[in-house]
Structures are given as C-alpha cells and as structure tokens.
Design a protein around this ligand. Sequence first.
Ligand code: NAD
Length: 406
Amino acid sequence: MKFGIIGLGYVGLATLCGLAKAGHEVIGVETHQGKLGLLKSGHPPFHEPGMADVLQEHADQITLTDEIANTEHVDYLILAVGTPSKPDGSCDLFYIETALSELKTKHKVVIRSSVPPGTTDLLKIMYPSHTFAIVPEFLQEGRALADVMKPHRVVIGCEDLEVAEELAGIYGRLGVPLICTTPINAELIKYASNAFLATKISFMNDLSRLADEAGADIMTIADGMGLDPRIGRSFLNAGIGYGGSCFPKDMDALLHVAKENDVNLRVIKAAVKVNDTQAEYVLSKLHLEPKTRVAILGLAFKPGTDDMRDAPSILLAHHMVARNVEVIGYDPIATWEYPQAASVEEALKGADYAILVTEWEELVNLAPEAFSGMRQRRLLDARNAWKFARDPGDVSYEGIGRMQRP
Ligand code: NAD
C-alpha cells in the first residue's frame, strides 16, 4: 500500500520506518528544512536506534518532501505533527488544522498525534470530505522503532466500519492486541495511559518525602510494592519528576478538557502539583551558595534520547543559575544552552556537587573513584540509580527518599 505521513518527528519517522520495513511505499512530508535536509542525506534529525539503517535499506520505497500535495494518491494519510500546549494548558491543534487545510483531495486520514477527547469528531465536522480514524501512538523515545514494530497494543478509533476493518487488517499483521472503538475512547485511552504513568511517578515522589523524613528507603518500598502484579514495578522510581514532550502537556490538556466539562480530576491535579514541586524538593537537598559549582550528569529528559523538551535538567539549571550557582552539564548525546563538558571527568573537575539527572548506563555505572576530581565530593542521586549507592566510599551520597541507604 501507499502511505503519506505528515510530520517526520519521533512519531512520524518511526511510523515511516515501520511501514517501509513492512514493505509499503511511503511519502514523508516534513516542512522543517533542516530536518528534511538531514533525512534526505539518510540521517535522522534525532537519536533513535535503527532508523538510519531503515532509511538506507528501504530508500527505494521512501519519498521525502516538503510538499503535502505529493501525497495526493496515497491510500492513507497519517498525521504525526506536534500537538503542543497553548498558554492556558489546552492542546493546540494548529499543526493538525494547517495540514488538513492544505489538502486538495479527499483522504482517509489517520491521526497518530495525541489529541484531546472529541478532536477527531470535531475534525470530521470541520473537514467533511475526509474520513477520519485515530490510532494513538504509545511509543517511547529511545526505542521508537522497536515500539512501532511491536507495540503493546493498537487502538483504532473510527466510526467508518470499512476503514476500521481495513486498518484492523493492516495493524493486525503486527500480531498484538487490537482494540477497535470510537474515536473519543481511543483519544482518552492515550491521555489516560500517559496520565496514569505520570501519576505513578508522582505517587512515589510524594511518598519519597515521607521516606526522607521517616527514615525509610523508597527503593525498597518500590521493590516490595512492585512484586504485586496488580501494581507492577515500572514507573515506581522516585526522582526528579517527569518531563519530556508528552506527559506534562498531555496532563495539562486533560485537565483543561475536564474543566471544560465541569469535571474536577483531583488525582491528576495532585499528580501535576507534586511534579511541579519536585525539582524544588531536589534542590532543597543542596546547600547552594553563589559560586558553588554543580555538575549535572545527564541532560536529556530520559536515557536513550537526545530530546531536551521539558527536561528536568533545564529546570534545575534555571533555578541554580538564578542563585549565581555555576552549572556545568554533561550528556552522552543531548545538548543544552548552559555550559557543557565533553566528558564526565571534565564536568566533575572542581565541582562541589554532582547530580545524576538522567540515568544513562555510562553515568549509572560510574565508580566512586570517578568523583576524585571534585572540590567537594557531594553527590545527589536525583534518579536513585547510582549503582555504588550501597558502597559510596568517602563521598557524601544522598538520594530521593533514601535517608536509610540499604
Ligand atoms: P515532533 O515535534 O518531534 O515532530 C512533529 C514534526 O511535524 C516536526 O518535525 C514538524 O516540523 C512537523 N510538521 C509540523 N507541521 C507540519 C506540516 N504541516 N507538514 C509537514 N510537517 C509538519 O513531535 P513528536 O514527538 O513526533 O510528536 C508528534 C505527536 O505524537 C504529538 O501529538 C505527541 O504528543 C505524540 N506522541 C509523541 C510521542 C513521543 O515520544 N515523542 C509518543 C507518543 C505520541
């Protein structure tokens, strides 16, 4: 089959690669000239394993363009453009509406962007010549292609029976659980899933403050809780809070929709509140004075990606720079606007504090000796991930919710 994909960011490019690998012809449309140029030379504009190989190996099936008109004869048009927050927290559908407004021919449109409940039904009214389906994307950055090839589930939200059946046939080949439902259910499954994961994180962060005060260890608590299959161990790690391009904006959008519907989503509000104060909580563990030098180890919002959107490292640096603290960052691949070292050693040299902010393997596995170049060896593990936590040697170590180290 022939697919058009609008927007070649994390979701769009992963989708393009997945479809090309499955043998389909794909036309990728990207309006950002810098990204398009890189893609045309075979380089993904961000760090994601496996994508460069697919672009090369399946080059004959892939057309890359900035012209949406080139998608005129595709079987399906997939929308994977961004859906950022507006200042009031609501979801901005500008990129979706712009793309749809530029279409000159009738299409079967599949929305893969995350949108608030009711959006697909609204788009059907606004653009009546197209048929719409929403198939929300659940991929995780750093493993985007693998997730697209083998997702935990595929959710198809579509009122048109023929299109729903055809999509079920296409996605059915992945051999994963399939849910066919209404667009509003599909939209809410995506938002609710992100909100639930973010709430798990905030739940543990909230509890970590009690663990700190009461002298308990949040990691042991998480391990004990996580063995119950009704709870599960994933997303139970206390730390600096969630960031990234999805959780914060999707939580805000969900709260905004709830408000419009006169519904008070108290649990989600509380989860956001905990997260909004977590960076400050982490900072409160430091004794910062002007000219204190802090090495921030790990900048990306999570390991495995160079994505800096809403990364907690930026928030930390922002707070510290405002207090005249000297900040230097290190990340294996991500970059930021603050001073950055080319190696861990360089970042740690002369530092008073080292804060682990992104749990990259190379950072998690640092030996206590790696900190020998610091002025004062004070370590703050903002991800509770440092392996040497059990045997920190002569460094001062503090985690989040770990007053009693195991
Ligand atoms: P992104 O910002 O990385 O990519 C969007 C791309 O669309 C950009 O490159 C932009 O230049 C391009 N674009 C915008 N308008 C265009 C147009 N008219 N024509 C062609 N290209 C256009 O975004 P992303 O991270 O891939 O996320 C896309 C959507 O998927 C969002 O709704 C997001 O919430 C959702 N999502 C993201 C992830 C993730 O981990 N990143 C996971 C699941 C769902």
